[in-house]
Design a protein around this ligand. Structure first.
Ligand SMILES: Cc1cc2nc3c(=O)[nH]c(=O)nc-3n(C[C@H](O)[C@H](O)[C@H](O)COP(=O)(O)OP(=O)(O)OC[C@H]3O[C@@H](n4cnc5c(N)ncnc54)[C@H](O)[C@@H]3O)c2cc1C
Length: 250
């Protein structure tokens, strides 16, 4: 009698360095690990891997290719259609890649592929800066930005995607590249139209975004945070046409 190895068991053997960051149906944490924001989505991935670096993202892609498994990338897990997960495939869960680095002089912020907007807002807000995001803090920067990204600052500063300056991307063949207006501009163009193409789109391991000055807190009273004062100011301003050329399909 031959024994067939499950994809999760194969992943544990072939990706030993993940050591505890691979979850399969036989693991006790599986149901928690496969959950996405929309509770109506009930997909059962074969393996959920949590990389901590672009190299590990590439290893998961390579594993999926070798085993003929479909791939889904999960950022914040908020996509209503459940694009961040997949039945019988490999979920690349970026939740351990959520570092946020603000460069106040450049007015930019570099964000890990699994970061949420709350984390970015906290980091930029500490410098009096803000990047156009969504209306709640728990959506992922990756998914919202790739879908356009519409929020309180959109009328003044455009969509989130309009503020994307560059992205470090792991391609479907496992190679890591940077995409920007100057480097791999065709890929950069594709990222700006990539929402929902999870099977074929590149995996962004981090992104650099423009961060504009937020309104000083005193405009809305000394106890308000800059982020809240942006919201209040935006809602009381006369409507302005967004300067965006992108579209929101989230
Ligand atoms: C409660 C709620 C509030 C929302 N509010 C807003 C809003 O104010 N404005 C707005 O524009 N949208 C909003 N949305 C929609 C939201 O932007 C989309 O659902 C978006 O897809 C969520 O992104 P995510 O990373 O959280 O989701 P996920 O399900 O993790 O990912 C969505 C898609 O993006 C891909 N993806 C995610 N991260 C990466 C990455 N790093 N690299 C490559 N691909 C990646 C995934 O593969 C998937 O295809 C809201 C959604 C919810 C549920």
């Amino acid at each position: 009698m031959s024994t067939v190895m499950t994809p999760a068991a194969a992943a544990r053997r072939e990706l030993a360095a993940f050591n505890g960051r691979l979850v399969g149906p036989e693991d006790s944490g599986y149901d928690e690990a496969r959950k996405v924001y929309n509770a109506m989505i009930d997909r059962r991935p074969a393996v959920i891997g949590k990389p901590t670096s672009p190299t590990e993202v590439a290893q998961l892609i390579h594993f999926a290719r070798e085993h003929g498994l479909p791939v889904a990338v999960r950022g914040g897990g908020h996509n209503g259609a459940g694009l961040g997960t997949v039945d019988d495939g490999v979920v690349i869960d970026l939740s351990l890649m959520r570092d946020v680095e603000v460069r106040p002089q450049e007015r930019t912020v570099r964000v890990g592929g699994g970061a949420t907007w709350g984390e970015v807002d906290r980091a930029t807000g500490a410098h009096g800066l803000a990047t156009p995001s969504g209306i709640i803090s728990t959506t992922g920067v990756g998914g919202l930005t790739l879908g356009g990204g519409l929020g309180h600052l959109t009328r003044k500063f455009g969509l989130s995607i309009d503020n994307l300056l560059s992205a470090d991307v792991v391609l479907a063949n496992g190679v890591s590249v940077r995409a920007s207006a100057d480097e791999n501009p065709d890929l950069f163009w594709a990222l700006r139209a990539a929402a929902g193409t999870s099977a074929s789109s590149p995996r962004s391991s981090s992104a650099c975004m423009r961060s504009a000055p937020s309104w000083p807190a005193r405009r809305c009273g000394p106890s308000r945070t800059p982020r809240r004062s942006c919201r209040s100011t935006a809602s009381s301003s006369p409507p302005r046409r967004a300067s965006s050329t992108g579209s929101s399909r989230s």
